[in-house]
Design a binder for this molecule. Structure first.
Ligand code: GLA
Length: 700
């Protein structure tokens, strides 16, 4: 948590990003619930939505006409336009030129292609930066960032907010009744590449936010524990943003700055959204999230403010399990959408341009990726971008229409996907349900990523990924839940390394178990409260009762160190000196620094049980443990053929089975019904060829 800047396009920055933004930590965080009165899907066709970002400003009119004809060939029915055109539609402050955008909108409308119209506020024009230099975002090290790229201004700059509102107002008034317009796409990826700014506007806004949160400077001193290192504040004018300091900054200050920063960005979204709602109450407004790849926005908060959840997802090409991470991201997005259909607003047809080695997708991967999002609840499959850019920073990024044109593998796959989505219209609106939930908490990520924790080897994210992957391999569909969300639908809830646990969250998990749930918690949980302070009585804080244990001392391992477990296998990274109260040890460390101590425990409480894992087990032990947990919770989940992804969507009495084979070898499944992509009957045995996708409307 060391930088203001996050751009998932740059891995080094990604590590730093863990910092930024979010929200006032109200004790209970409600599940997202956009107003039911709001339209929650683009107006128009009942088909699945298909298309991408379209940036025609880079091309001449004859190219637009070619593009539109090609879009129709591919079955494109939605494009996102105008996301980065502020400098073109408002060339000087207050002077607007919509001639080009008018023509593009008219041409698209004439071709029956709908538009998600962007507000261009992710990329203020040159005049803005020249006239309002104090709106430039400032890094933690005090560097004011310059122009010549794209990106957010200081979200707390009054000039940025005023200029954004002005251009949004103009767009809304001009296009409210345009026949091509079916929804609004505000800004672009709030939080990337900038999520925190240490400028003077942010200092003032942070003080006001803190005053609102704590009421008095005494309240702030108390929450931040400023008696430590003599940091006591006497007045609000002494409080600063957590700039780079000689030693580690106050972690509670940094955690609050992360909350404040996400809030500041969300305020910018809401201001634009409200203008658009006023002009077009019948149209949904969204912004594109980066569900699992952006840790700077508390999307549980954001999800309640958008009319439809939209997400961008890009594979990390270097990972051999990137398809599993895609599934995680899609499940998290569906969870943000509270189960309702959501939009995949961007992904890539092939290589991106911002990873160290930009690997092209393999043949068929474009379809597998798209179908995986669809299987997990997306009703819109969109790409960045329609036509590849010749100039600028993204010229090496793939597109629906590659530089080499239509006689290409990528274009053929784009056509085929458009055709396949046309066969799947009946899937639209169906839902995915899950019996297993994983707790996902952006605040816990922020707190865990602060400096000076027990071990650099433990991260919330790694443990979530391990748990999710094990469940994926067993074909178990997972929802993600916010702390204190409703749990009554779930047989099994996992809280992997949940570093920050408030008293309310502890009570929530305790109640779940008491009422008959099965809970699994792993090492490094309950270490701090919402102010990044250790709970009275020590670890694991408010989880002591539900887990039936206390921890006398954390015993993280040295790099590469392992310890044998008495049931076979070994643990690494972490161990603890555990004092059992009501729990029973199932597995103990056989040697090492925690020899004789529990490594896996279970505690019966009320009608349910709570399991605890005090180390990172080897793969086979972990796999077996996941099997035991599923069995204990009465959840079906048997190991699937390697690389086979199986998910169901359902609506009323219709069920759709998606089988996506990420391996090269053929797989077989038991199924009866009709395979929708081919129209073939399936009578008991479904062949899913290596690399192939099958979607079966199930019978019986
Ligand atoms: C993000 C942005 C797009 C584009 C893509 C490239 O998702 O929203 O504008 O830069 O990345 O992968």
């Amino acid at each position: 948590m060391t930088s203001m800047s996050h751009d998932r396009h740059h891995p080094a920055e990604v590590a730093e990003l863990a910092s930024a933004a979010a929200f006032a930590a109200a004790p209970a965080r409600p599940a997202p619930s956009p107003s039911p009165a709001r339209p929650d899907w683009p107006r128009g066709t009942q088909q699945l939505r298909y298309g991408g970002d379209y940036n025609p400003e880079q091309w001449t009119r004859d190219v637009w006409l070619d593009d539109i004809a090609l879009m129709r060939d591919a079955g494109v029915n939605l494009v996102s336009v105008g996301i980065f055109n502020w400098g073109l539609i408002e060339p000087r402050e207050g002077e607007y030129d919509f001639a080009q955008l008018d023509e593009i909108m008219d041409l698209l409308a004439g071709a029956g292609i709908d538009v998600a119209l962007g507000t261009p506020t992710a990329s203020p024009p040159a005049w803005f930066w020249t006239r309002y230099p104090d709106s430039r975002p400032v890094t933690r090290d005090g560097v004011a960032l310059g122009f010549g790229s794209r990106g957010m201004a200081s979200p707390s700059s009054p000039d940025y907010r005023r200029a954004s509102a002005a251009v949004t107002e103009q767009l809304a008034a001009r296009y409210a009744d345009h026949p091509a317009l079916v929804m609004w796409h505000v800004h672009n990826e709030y939080g990337a590449p900038i999520s925190e700014s240490y400028d003077e506007h942010s200092v003032r806004a942070f003080r006001a936010w803190l005053e609102d949160r704590y009421g008095s400077i005494h309240g702030l001193n108390d929450a931040w524990g400023t008696a430590f290192w003599g940091q006591r504040y006497q007045g609000w004018d002494e409080v600063d943003v957590p700039r780079r300091a000689p030693s580690v900054s106050n972690p509670a200050q940094r955690l609050d700055f992360a909350r404040f920063s996400s809030n500041a960005l969300l305020e910018c979204f809401i201001a634009e959204r409200d203008i658009l709602h006023r002009h077009t109450p019948e149209l949904p407004v969204t912004t594109n999230f980066m569900a699992s790849s952006c840790s700077s926005a508390d999307y549980w908060r954001w999800a309640g403010e958008v009319d439809v959840v939209a997400n961008d997802h890009y594979l990390t090409a270097a990972r051999s399990d990137s398809h599993i991470m895609l599934a995680l991201d899609a499940d998290l997005t569906r969870s943000l959408a509270a189960g309702r259909p959501w939009m995949l607003m961007e992904h890539s047809t092939s290589a991106v341009n911002w990873q160290p080695r930009n690997l092209a997708k393999l043949p068929g991967e474009l379809a597998r990726n798209s179908m995986s999002h669809l299987a997990r609840g997306a009703d819109a499959i969109m790409f960045f971008q329609f036509r590849a850019s010749r100039s600028g920073a993204e010229k090496f990024h793939s597109a629906m229409l590659p530089h080499a044109g239509t006689d290409t593998r990528v274009w053929r796959e784009v056509l085929a996907l458009g055709h396949d989505l046309g066969q799947l219209e009946s899937v639209r609106g169906s839902r995915v349900s899950a019996e297993v939930a994983i707790v996902w908490d952006w605040e816990s990520f922020w707190a865990q990523d602060l400096e000076w924790g027990p071990s650099v080897d433990l991260t919330h994210r790694d443990v979530i990924e391990a748990v999710y992957s094990a469940l994926w391999r067993r074909g178990v569909t997972v929802d993600f839940v916010a702390p204190q969300a409703e749990l009554s639908d779930y047989r099994l809830v996992l809280a992997p390394s949940l570093h920050l646990v408030s008293d309310g969250t502890g009570a929530w998990l305790t109640d779940y178990v008491h009422g008959g749930g099965t809970l699994a918690v792993s090492y490094g949980s309950g270490l701090v409260d919402e102010n990044d302070a250790v709970h009275p009585g020590g670890f694991p804080g408010p989880l002591r009762k539900v887990l039936g244990l206390g921890i006398d001392e954390l015993l993280p391992f040295a790099a590469g160190e392992t310890a044998a477990l008495d049931t076979g296998g070994h643990g690494s990274i972490w161990s603890e000196d555990i004092r059992l109260t009501t729990a029973t040890a199932i597995t103990r460390f056989a040697d090492g620094r925690a020899a004789g101590q529990p490594a896996v425990t279970v505690n019966r409480l009320g009608e349910g049980s709570a399991w605890y894992l005090a180390t990172r087990p080897d793969a086979a032990t972990f796999e077996a443990l996941i099997g035991d947990l599923l069995a204990a919770a009465h959840v079906t989940g048997k190991l699937q053929p390697e690389g086979l992804e199986v998910v169901e969507r359902a609506t009323g009495d219709e069920r759709f089975l998606f089988a996506i084979n990420h391996a090269q070898t053929d797989a077989r499944l038991v199924a009866r019904g009709v395979e929708l992509l081919s129209g073939d009957a399936v009578e008991g045995s479904l062949l899913v060829p290596g690399g192939g996708v099958r979607v079966v409307r199930l019978r019986g």
